[in-house]
Design a protein around this ligand. Sequence first.
Ligand code: NAD
Length: 487
Amino acid sequence: MNSLNLQTDWQYDPAPQSTDHINLKESYDLFINGAFVPAKNNNHRNTINPSNEKIIAKVADAGPDDVNLAVSAARKAYETSWSKISHSERGKYLFRIARIIQERSRELAVIESMDGGKPIRESRDIDVPLAAAHFFYYAGWADKLKYAFPGRETQPLGVAGQIIPWNFPLLMAAWKIAPALATGNTIVLKPAETTPLTAMLLAEIIREADLPDGVVNIITGDGSTGSSLVEHPDVDKIAFTGSTAVGKEIMKKLAGKNKPYTLELGGKAANIIFADAAIDQAIEGIVNSIFFNQGHVCCAGSRLFVEESISDEIIFKLRERMETLIVGDPLDKNTDIGAINSKEQLKRIQEYVKIGQDEGGELYQSKCKLPNTGYWHAPTLFCNVSQSHRIVQEEIFGPVLAIQTFRTVDEVIEKANNTPYGLSGGVWTDKGAKIFKVTQNIRAGVIWANTFNKFDPSAPFGGYKESGMGREGGIQGLLPYLKLNPC
Ligand code: NAD
């Protein structure tokens, strides 16, 4: 009997998402004090669609003078309006932002996929609804802070400087802005240089929601803009999400400065499959853990640990499943894996794949056909690797999985913890006792059991070790933006 060739025999017709409702500008200014203003130095950079390398728009590049202006606007707004209005009034603004995000969800989803390369299915069903959910969730807390921290009086910190990465641009902005506003702080937010567009749409939404001028300021630019924000003497708190290397730099800069900071950094999560797991479900879980958002996920399950007795079966089934993953146009509703976010990131992933091969790893890549223009990487896995391999220890931030085996629960716990990171993890088994043992002994901020990459605004998220400090989400996500005083 001839076997089915999934690349040629079973094709879906294209199902492109319409872009008719998208109204992109040629050029975007900075959002300071409730208005869109050009950068003082008039510098711009292009933002590119990574799936076709076409320029989407020009975006202003904020220099130190613009950072100054944004911080002064945030300070003035804090003193004259935002710290003065009632907590329930603050909540109403957050509800309004959440509802407008829902109303403009299609537009946000399409622009997120164009600017960042992620499949429309993910931006439409995950990024945008979760961003709205975050605003709804923290809107609810705005007038209930005294119940969140009974017996304490809560006091905002003042002006929060917030810096976010490119992998979940709108969602990371929501994770930062919603709790800061709910607790009474004003904001200067800096999006990542390769994905500024949904943040600029969020600026429009904030205007539409009629927030007092200067409560939220959004300034685009690269690391030097972020650095000016970190060093600004009138910023009361820094919230950073990004790489561990930059997180360490920020720690050094803020040492001894009495400026609180939270750091959400990189990860190298262990995803552990026991022999008694529901195997087909686990295969889907592995795919979701490493190929979701092209593997550009801080909590991606990039290290797979499989109990030795089922490793052949898992690797066989995983390779078959990888062949069915559709890699291509992010705006096609059938696409599973979109474009790599930037040329630099693609180069970094390719370098790691070469390192993996040079160190003796056994490479397998799906045979999918990659488009000719744009930045693409096939779903990839490595077998025959050990704890000392660089692709097992270092964050790749791409669709590359390193597979190892284990025989006992204690062995896999030790291997899982043998990394500088501690952000997330996963465990797949039929036995509750094993779930408890593994989750209690792995040092990571979140560990999923028989699932992976599930997020909810009410659940705290954050890291141990070099994955960072502080929590975002849940009641814990309020704390980094508050001083708690005795009543
Ligand atoms: P990055 O550290 O290069 O950049 C992150 C942000 O910091 C960008 O806005 C960038 O412009 C800015 N920046 C760069 N240098 C700076 C400096 N010296 N001072 C201040 N700001 C500076 O990271 P990235 O490549 O954009 O994002 C990928 C990283 O983010 C990965 O390591 C990933 O694991 C991590 N991440 C972590 C979480 C989490 O919640 N823990 C979530 C998403 C991404």
